[in-house]
Write a protein that binds this ligand. Structure first.
Ligand code: IPM
Ligand code: MN
Length: 355
């Protein structure tokens, strides 16, 4: 029997297909928490493009203050076709990551059985690693500016902010994650020390310093461009990869593709000492909205990660096991929206019944 704690979970279904996939994630969440006698309270928030269009609110301070009091946040997708790109992403998703100091973005790249992989001859034993992406610094802080906008003399700068504290806490998390994961006990720093000689010098020095404290972890280094190459050619070389915010954003889209697509890629925005937020890493896919054809597996896996991070490891594993069972059953024809051979809600129903 799990602890008697009642988890307070905020649900932000968001835009586009977000609400549909969150619905299925909650179906599975309800099934597994019932089976494991886990208690919870869910509170829904209507943040996203629709609310912004109606009221101009993106993330009111009062809502942010409420969100700070939850144990976790379960997020669908942010991004609305009628809202200029950047407004909701910065005002909602990035603001939540920053304000809640979710300094880790944890993105497993795992090829499950029976999932078509675009890499020739690669099987589930070859693709099973985790990217630890720094989530509050780098190019994402908004540092920089513009001069003489709209003129031929326009100057635009966008600065990568890397602090010793931010780098160290991210690296420390990655070392400890490699220890806990106990796969190859290997941590690869992904950077660009040959060009970004200030930022990645800080990363590299801190990495080697910490490595002495984690003597059981093998360390390795790869430039980000080479990392992309190895992810395609020899993904089996990776166990845990740690990297900055921008590189982590880019390589995890590549990671999602080699594990079968956005339909199955989940991530956690983690503050180990605070409120973490879990989401499918794909976008709001507006063109599929309301058709019951979007793949909810990424959102369902995100719910599993949420349970695991809350300390309900057994429940988290049961969600993953059910997903694997569904994939092994061959019932799903594809992981891509509109081609699955099962509807969004049928997938959630099947998993909830087979948990
Ligand atoms: C992601 C997304 C976001 C990011 C966007 C929507 C701001 O691409 O979660 O990877 O760049 O972090
Ligand atoms: Mn991204």
């Amino acid at each position: 029997m799990s602890s008697q704690k009642t988890y307070k979970i905020a649900v932000i279904p968001g835009d586009g297909t977000g609400p549909e996939v969150i619905n299925e994630g909650l179906k599975v969440f309800k099934a597994v928490t019932a089976a494991e006698a886990i208690k919870y309270d869910l509170v829904h928030y209507d943040l996203g493009g629709e609310r912004y269009k109606k009221t101009g609110d993106i993330l009111p301070d009062s809502v942010l203050a409420e969100l700070r009091k939850f144990d976790a946040i379960y997020l669908g997708a942010i991004g609305h076709p009628d809202v200029k790109p950047g407004i909701l992403e910065k005002g909602l998703l990035l603001r939540l990551r920053f304000e809640l100091d979710q300094y880790i973005n944890l993105r497993p790249v795992k090829l499950y059985p029976n999932v078509p992989c675009p890499l020739k001859d690669k099987t589930p034993k070859d693709i099973d690693f985790v990217v630890v992406r720094e989530n509050t610094e780098g190019l994402y802080t908004g540092a920089g500016g513009v001069l003489k906008k709209g003129t031929p003399d326009e100057v635009a700068t966008q600065e990568s902010i890397n602090t010793r504290k931010g780098v160290e806490r991210c690296l420390r998390y990655a070392f400890q994650y490699a220890q806990k994961r106990a796969k190859d006990k290997k941590l690869t720093l992904c950077g660009k020390t040959n060009v970004l000689t200030y930022a990645f010098d800080l990363w590299e020095r801190t990495f080697h310093e910490l490595a002495r404290e984690y003597a059981d972890i093998k360390t390795d280094y790869a430039h980000v461009d080479a990392t992309c190459m190895w992810m395609v050619k020899n993904p089996e070389w990776f166990d845990v990869i740690v990297t900055d915010n921008m590189f982590g954003d880019i390589i995890t889209d590549l990671g999602a593709m080699i594990q079968g697509g956005m339909g199955i890629a989940a991530g956690g925005n983690i503050n180990p000492e605070g409120v973490s937020m879990f989401e499918p890493i794909g976008g709001s896919a507006p063109k599929y909205t309301g058709q019951n054809v979007i793949n909810p597996l990424a959102a369902i896996c995100a719910a599993g990660m949420m349970l695991e991070t809350l300390g309900e490891e057994k429940a988290g594993k049961r969600v993953e096991a059910a997903v694997i069972k569904l994939l092994e059953s061959g019932k799903l024809k594809s992981l891509d929206a509109g081609k699955m051979g099962m509807s969004t809600s049928q997938i959630g129903d099947w998993l909830a019944a087979n948990i």
